[in-house]
Design a protein around this ligand. Structure first.
Ligand SMILES: C[S@@+](CC[C@H](N)C(=O)[O-])C[C@H]1O[C@@H](n2cnc3c(N)ncnc32)[C@H](O)[C@@H]1O
Length: 302
């Protein structure tokens, strides 16, 4: 795949699976929706590969959506604010991280969020019950360099400016305008095994609400893909979705998890991708068209 720019190092990013996921996007997509955008691995890979004409992304975590707006509309401002933070930390990286965390919890500044994500343990954002960022710093590294932010943010801005709309809010608001000529890629926060609140994300999704939305999309014939559960070794995450949704499940190999690598185990993470009935019809139609073209060609050649 062509080189894809990335500026937000985000735990749970779908970067490694982007090529596999994009292989199910072979029809002409008008707008690609990514309503749980995070670092937007699929939007970025799709934009670089010319998979859609327009893009809509959303995240309920407001400062993250604001960070996306800044990357697209004013990368220079992001780079200048981020460079100040990165350089100011050099005298006392430990104390400085804590200071920025306190500031961020008051101001919700998007460039401070990028600094915190880039410097925190495993790039995994965590919030307490008051909604305050409470992940600690990884003291072995200083976070991505300002030059890297500059290069990647400029590329992303050039790639998506005038083609993308960024929304801070719940996924339901944005997907309500999707049509049968669009595609929605959804990567909601994992359900987890124990039903306990997953501290990795600011919000956890109510599974019944998600299922209700999927039914509505089916009724409207909207093609969508959903990354949902996963298994890693003998641990499994998430549960099966109801058969009434008529989804087609594909298993993707996400390689060894960093956790398994740390523990010296060979576990391979298998992630499920569910394809909606409307998407399956599009993909099948495309395949039939291709096959019949080949057939026509053979006929003509004879
Ligand atoms: C698993 S992450 C997505 C990662 C993304 N695929 C990537 O490549 O980085 C899920 C994201 O959904 C957001 N989120 C959680 N609940 C949401 C909701 N109800 N509506 C919109 N976004 C939500 C979280 O803030 C988080 O950024």
């Amino acid at each position: 795949m062509i080189n894809v720019p990335h500026v937000i190092p985000y735990q749970g990013s779908k970067r490694k699976l982007a090529e596999d996921i994009l292989s199910f996007m072979s029809f002409d997509i008008n707008t690609l929706y990514e309503p749980f955008v995070g670092s937007g691995a699929i939007t970025l890979a799709s934009a670089v590969n010319g998979k859609a004409k327009k893009f809509v992304v959303a995240d309920k975590l407001e400062p993250l959506a604001e960070l996306w707006k800044l990357i697209i509309d004013n990368p220079e401002k992001l780079v200048s604010e981020y460079s100040i933070l990165w350089n100011e930390q050099l005298d006392d990286p430990r104390g400085y991280f804590n200071k920025v965390r306190i500031d961020f919890n008051k101001t919700k500044s998007p460039s401070k969020l990028l600094y915190l994500i880039a410097r925190c343990v495993k790039n995994a954002i965590r919030f307490n019950n008051n909604g305050d960022f409470n992940q600690g710093a990884d003291h072995r590294r200083l976070g991505l360099k300002p030059e890297k932010v500059q290069k990647e943010a400029n590329q992303i801005s050039n790639l998506l400016r005038n083609k993308i709309s960024v929304v801070a809010g719940d996924f339901r608001g944005v997907i309500s305008s999707a049509t049968e000529n669009d595609l929605i890629y959804m990567d909601p926060p994992w359900q987890g095994t124990s039903g306990k609140k997953d501290p990795r994300y600011a919000f956890l999704l109510n599974i019944d609400e998600l299922i209700e939305e999927l039914h509505k999309l089916n009724e409207r014939n909207v093609p969508y893909m959903l990354s949902f559960d996963g298994t890693c070794g003998d641990k499994s995450y998430g549960g099966d979705l109801p058969t009434s949704l008529d989804l087609f499940k594909v298993e993707l190999n996400a390689g060894r998890s960093s956790q398994a690598t740390l523990l010296g185990r060979d576990d391979v993470t298998i992630e499920s991708l569910y394809l909606s009935p409307a998407l399956m019809r599009k993909e099948v139609k495309k395949k039939i068209k291709k096959t019949s073209k080949q057939y026509d060609f053979i006929e003509e050649g004879n």
